[in-house]
Design a protein around this ligand. Structure first.
Ligand SMILES: [Cu+2]
Length: 404
């Protein structure tokens, strides 16, 4: 299921803008750039998870009728309990490859609608719950180019639709709540009782952000700059042309771009005749910090190599190349956990700013940055992180590291 290569689609976009000189994207006043990566991946990106191989698992729901992407090799899902289609030969999940801008269909067996998940210490996505026949499922996706979903029936002790997950210091996930579930549990299950009451969890009493009631979508991203003076910390970026409503997602990629998908899905992939149609496209947003005018102060990490293992509470030397003038007191090393995205927010978020011990120049443009890795699993559970070097607010491309 390969599609337009990245470079090609980017050129198309540039041409499109060039032919519309009055297009507001060209406004000099604001920053940030949008790329349409895929016009349609066939499913709506209601949930997204970046994996350690720079591929993103995307899924929507099975009770929506046929998607716009057939399953390969005549595969079909036979599901007598599905509320829309008992036999469905289309995909409701895809794997999107960031590096090649291609995607392939994946097969979920049960309804994953409005579900939750997190990356485990071994790098596998463990996703939980959903709707109808999917509400007690635990599903695993391990990163490999031919892998597909593995499902465990009754993997959850309680039915969970709209739960929230977070990784714990010991590497388990806590799965909290879900519709009418005022309790939490752990994945993998413990031998003893696995649901614990949490009575203060409650639902909103009124109001809704999605479906036919959503209005006034926000098209401009906002960059938050925590070190700026109060009153100047939010920087508005250039707008997209694609409204992304309630069921939309955004994931930080290793190269610093943000992948966006999903919106307001309508039953049966209804793409016309509604205010905000089901959105099957994927876009990339390049915030102002990726502008080429910052390339002379942008670090390039040359060591360690991506996928290196790092240990707790030790000195780590990160080598970078910065061609321009370096402000040694404005260099930091960060680690970002790949979050699980759904409903316009990310669960299992974690951003670590490592203690910067020393920046030493080695020749003309090469620098060694000594930092201390996180002290324990309480600060950073074991697993895969994106490590970035940030200089004067401008990030390098990330590398994957495995903290253990
Ligand atoms: Cu939802």
């Amino acid at each position: 299921m390969s599609a337009t290569p990245f470079v090609f689609s980017f050129l198309i976009l540039q041409l499109l803008f060039a032919s519309q000189p009055c297009h507001r994207f060209l406004a000099a006043a604001a920053d940030g750039r949008w790329q349409l990566l895929q016009k349609s991946i066939g499913v709506s990106a209601m949930h997204m998870q970046l994996l350690r191989n720079d591929r993103v698992v995307v899924f929507d729901r099975t009770d929506f009728g046929p998607s716009k992407l057939p399953l390969p090799n005549g595969k079909c899902r036979n599901d007598p309990s599905d509320t829309a289609l008992k036999v469905d030969c289309t995909a409701h999940s895809v794997e999107y490859d960031v590096l090649t801008n291609t995607f392939r269909p994946l097969m979920v067996q049960t309804d994953v609608w409005c579900s939750s998940g997190a990356i485990m210490p071994n790098g596998n996505l463990v996703q939980t719950g959903g709707f109808n026949d999917g509400e007690r499922r635990v599903r695993t996706f391990s990163p490999c180019s031919t892998c597909d979903w593995q499902e465990t029936p009754n993997g959850l002790a309680a039915k969970r639709w709209y739960a929230s997950n977070h990784i714990l210091p010991d590497g388990r996930q806590i799965v909290v709540g879900g519709r009418r579930q005022f309790n939490y549990e752990f994945v993998p299950k413990t031998i003893t009782a696995n649901t614990f009451s949490l009575p203060f969890l409650s639902q909103t009493s009124s109001g809704t952000a999605g479906w036919e009631l959503g209005r006034n979508p926000v098209l401009n991203p906002v960059l938050y700059k925590p070190d700026n003076k109060i009153g100047t910390r939010f920087e508005t970026q250039n707008p997209t042309t694609v409204p992304r409503l309630y069921h939309s997602t955004a994931a930080l990629l290793r190269d610093g771009r943000v992948l966006l998908g999903g919106s307001n899905p309508h039953a049966f992939y209804n793409l016309t005749g509604v205010l905000f149609p089901t959105e099957l496209s994927l876009e990339a947003f390049s915030p102002a910090y990726l502008d080429t005018k910052f390339n002379n102060i942008r670090p390039t990490i040359t060591a360690p190599k991506s996928m290196s293992g790092i240990k707790y509470g030790t000195k780590l030397t990160v080598r970078v190349v910065i061609t321009g003038k370096v402000a040694k007191n404005q260099v930091s090393v960060t680690m970002v956990a790949p979050a699980f995205n759904t409903h316009s927010f990310s669960m299992n978020q974690r951003l670590l700013v490592l203690g910067n011990d020393k920046v030493a120049a080695l020749g003309k443009a090469t620098y060694d940055i000594d930092v201390t890795t996180p002290r324990s699993g309480s600060l950073a559970p074991s697993g895969f992180y994106l490590l970035f070097v940030v200089h004067q607010g401008i990030p390098s491309k990330g590398i994957w590291v495995k903290l253990q």
